[in-house]
Design a protein around this ligand. Structure first.
Ligand code: 5GP
Ligand code: ZN
Length: 118
């Protein structure tokens, strides 16, 4: 697995920094955000170090697609209501202008009863 020794999320993937695991498989890891912006807020990340979307190559496309496909299943497990009446928000902050702070690609999954409307 391609890890960056200076990357916070690579350290989380390797268990060097503790995290509240939501999901794990051979190439994807998901864990709760340490500073939640919503009642449900977790991050889905590739296990391999990809700094941002520009770092992804065509070979990564199936894994990136699986991250999206996992989102509703994990959101439901974490307490989001399923379907059209429920749901969640997906955010990718990409680059400085996109507000990215941790340079290991991650999908924010935020849910609960429309917390951003309050
Ligand atoms: P970004 O702005 O890069 O899209 O978001 C980074 C996210 O990572 C933030 O929501 C922040 O709360 C979260 N985060 C930063 N450090 C840690 C950490 O050590 N553990 C966990 N679980 N989340 C973190
Ligand atoms: Zn990394």
């Amino acid at each position: 697995m391609n890890h960056d020794p200076n990357c916070l999320f690579c350290k989380i993937v390797q268990g060097l920094i503790p995290s509240q695991k939501v999901y794990e498989d051979a190439e994807i890891y998901a864990f709760k955000d340490i500073n939640p912006a919503a009642p449900v807020h977790f991050l889905i990340i590739p296990k391999k170090h990809l700094a941002m979307l520009e770092s992804a190559e065509p070979v990564d496309a199936p894994m990136l697609g699986r991250m999206m496909e996992l989102a509703p299943r994990l959101a439901k497990e974490q307490g989001c209501r399923p379907g059209q009446d429920g749901g969640f928000r997906l955010v990718v902050n990409n680059g400085a202008d996109g507000g990215q702070e941790v340079y290991h690609l991650h999908l924010h999954v935020m849910g609960g009863p429309r917390p951003w409307k309050k």
